[in-house]
Design a protein. Structure first.
Length: 498
C-alpha cells in the first residue's frame, strides 16, 4: 500500500509539474518567450493567478495534510479539469515547436532529478513540497540558457548565409500598418519576372527572420522580401543589422502598439532604424510620416536615399468589386486595375509598383502584374457564398483600415452585420471613433470579448447588439440571427487570451 501511494505521489507530482509547465509555455509562446511581457503586457493577467499561483499555493497548503489526500482531491477533481477547460477554450493553443519540446524535456529532466533526490532521502515527495517549484525554476532557467546559445549560432549562420548570396536583392518592410500587405503585393508583382521569396504569414521578428533565412532561403532566389516588426526601440536596427537590405519601405506610422512604444516619437525613431543598412540603395517612405529628430551618424547619408510615396494618384474608384486608379510614373499617369479592396491599399500597391519599376519591370508588365494581384487572406478578403457576402478583415487591426472596411460595407444593398472585438492595443478615443462609424452603417453588431465591450456598447446605440464573452458561440449566433443576402464583416480578430 505504501509503495502504491509512493508511486501515486510520483505520478501526481510529474503531472503537476507538467500542468504548470504547459501553462507557462503557452503564455510564453504568445508573448515571444518573454517573462517580462507575460508579467506586464498580458491582457488577462488574472489567468496567472488562477492557473499558476493558486495550484502552487494549494500544493504548499495541502500536500502535508492527510498524507496529501486533500491535494489529490484538489488536483484531480479541480485543478486538472479547470486547466483542461481553459485549454479547450483557447483559439491559439500551444504549438509544439522544437523549442517547446526542448523546454519540456529539460523540465522533465529536472523533475526526475528532484524525484530521485526525494527517493534517496524520504521516498515521500508529496510531503516535501519545497521541491515543487525547483524543476520549474531550474528547468526554465537552463532552457533559456540553452536557447540563447543555440540562437546565437543560428543568427550567425543566417547572417553569413545572406552575405554569401551576393546576387540576392533584399527588400525590407516596416511600418505601423500594412506591412504584410505591402510585402505580399511586392512579392506577387515581382514574381512575374523574378524568383522571389517572401517571409511567410506575419513572420516579422528578429528570431523569426533568423529561422526563416536558415530554413527557406537558397541560392536560386533572386529577391528576398522581408517584413520587420518591432515592440521597442532597437528592434528594427537588430533586423537591419541582420538583413543589410538593399531596399527599404517605411509604411505609415501611427499609434499601433503604443502601449509598447509609449509615445509616437519612439515609434518613429524605431521605424526609421530601417535606414541602418550599409547596403541601402533606396528607401521608400510613406509621405504622411514624420521624420525622427536624429539617426546614427554613420547612416546619415541614407537620408538622401529616401523616396516619398505614393506619387500623384487620380481617377480613384474603390468598390466592393474592384479598385482602380491612375498613378504618375515618369510624369505620365498610368492606369491600374485590380481586385484588391480598399482605398488605403492603393498606397500599398503604389510602393510595390515603384520598387518593381526600380528593379527593371516595364509599364505593361506592371499593369498585368497588378491586374493579377490576389487578396491577402483575412485582409479585406471578399468571400461570396450562396447566402451571404463575407468580408474577412480579421487580420486588420488599425482604425484607418477598419474605417475603410466599414465604408465598403456601407456600399452593400442588403442588411449589414459586423463581428468585432474593437481595436486592440489602441486608446479609448480610437475605439469611440470606431463605434461611431459602426453605429451609422450596420444593422447587427456582434461584439466579441470583454476588452472593448463597454466602450463599444456605450457608443453604439442604433443597431441591434449582441455581446459575446468569447467566440465559442459565434457560429451559432450568426446562424440564429443571419438572413439571406447579408453582408458580414469580420473586423479584427483578437485571440481569446487578449
Amino acid at each position: 500500500m505504501n509503495l502504491f501511494l509512493s508511486l501515486f505521489d510520483i505520478i501526481t507530482y510529474i503531472l503537476f509539474i507538467f500542468a504548470l509547465t504547459y501553462y507557462l509555455a503557452t503564455t510564453l509562446q504568445w508573448y515571444n518567450y518573454s517573462f517580462l511581457r507575460i508579467l506586464t503586457k498580458h491582457h488577462k493577467s488574472i489567468w496567472h493567478f488562477y492557473y499558476f499561483v493558486v495550484p502552487l499555493l494549494m500544493y504548499s497548503a495541502l500536500s502535508m495534510i492527510y498524507r496529501g489526500m486533500l491535494f489529490y482531491g484538489y488536483f484531480y477533481l479541480m485543478c486538472l479539469p479547470i486547466l483542461f477547460i481553459w485549454y479547450k477554450s483557447l483559439d491559439k493553443k500551444l504549438v509544439w515547436t522544437q523549442r517547446i519540446k526542448r523546454l519540456f524535456a529539460i523540465v522533465l529532466l529536472f523533475t526526475i532529478i528532484s524525484v530521485c533526490l526525494s527517493v534517496l532521502s524520504t521516498f515521500d515527495i508529496i510531503h516535501t513540497h519545497i521541491w515543487a517549484a525547483l524543476p520549474l525554476i531550474f528547468g526554465f532557467l537552463f532552457a533559456n540558457i540553452c536557447e540563447m546559445l543555440i540562437f546565437r549560432i543560428y543568427a550567425k549562420r543566417a547572417y553569413s548565409k545572406l552575405q554569401q548570396l551576393q546576387n540576392l536583392k533584399i527588400i525590407a518592410i516596416t511600418g505601423s500598418y500594412g506591412k504584410t500587405s505591402i510585402k505580399n503585393f511586392i512579392a506577387q508583382i515581382l514574381q512575374q519576372q523574378f524568383n522571389v521569396y517572401a517571409t511567410p504569414r506575419s513572420v516579422n521578428t528578429y528570431k523569426g527572420l533568423v529561422a526563416d533565412i536558415n530554413q527557406n532561403i537558397n541560392a536560386t532566389h533572386e529577391i528576398y522580401v522581408a517584413e520587420a516588426g518591432a515592440r521597442q526601440v532597437g528592434d528594427i536596427k537588430e533586423i537591419a543589422d541582420l538583413l543589410q537590405h538593399h531596399y527599404a519601405v517605411i509604411g505609415k506610422i501611427g499609434h499601433a502598439h503604443i502601449e509598447y512604444f509609449r509615445n509616437i516619437e519612439a515609434t518613429i525613431k524605431t521605424k526609421f532604424e530601417m535606414l541602418y543598412s550599409t547596403r541601402l540603395l533606396c528607401a521608400f517612405v510613406q509621405n504622411e510620416n514624420n521624420y525622427p529628430e536624429t539617426i546614427l551618424p554613420q547612416f546619415a547619408a541614407n537620408m538622401d536615399k529616401i523616396v516619398s510615396y505614393p506619387p500623384k494618384i487620380k481617377d480613384i474608384e474603390s468598390t466592393l468589386e474592384k479598385t482602380s486608379f491612375s498613378l504618375e510614373l515618369d510624369s505620365v499617369f498610368i492606369p491600374f486595375t485590380c481586385k484588391i479592396l480598399g482605398r488605403f491599399n492603393i498606397d500599398n500597391i503604389s510602393v510595390a509598383i515603384m520598387i518593381a519599376k526600380k528593379l527593371g519591370m516595364d509599364i505593361k508588365a506592371l499593369q498585368t502584374a497588378v491586374s493579377k494581384l490576389t487578396p491577402i487572406p483575412h485582409r479585406l478578403q471578399r468571400i461570396d457564398t450562396p447566402q451571404k457576402v463575407i468580408i474577412d478583415d480579421s487580420f486588420n487591426g488599425n482604425l484607418e483600415g477598419m474605417s475603410e472596411a466599414i465604408r465598403l460595407a456601407s456600399l452593400h444593398d442588403g442588411r449589414k452585420v459586423i463581428v468585432t472585438p474593437g481595436l486592440v492595443e489602441h486608446d479609448e478615443v480610437s475605439n469611440i471613433s470606431l463605434a461611431q462609424q459602426i453605429d451609422k452603417v450596420f444593422d447587427l453588431v456582434i461584439i466579441t470579448g470583454d476588452l472593448n465591450a463597454k466602450v463599444l456598447d456605450t457608443h453604439i446605440t442604433t443597431p441591434q447588439k449582441i455581446i459575446l464573452k468569447d467566440k465559442t458561440r459565434l457560429e451559432e449566433v450568426l446562424m440564429q440571427h443571419g438572413m439571406q443576402n447579408d453582408l458580414v464583416l469580420f473586423a479584427n480578430d483578437a485571440p481569446n487570451y487578449i
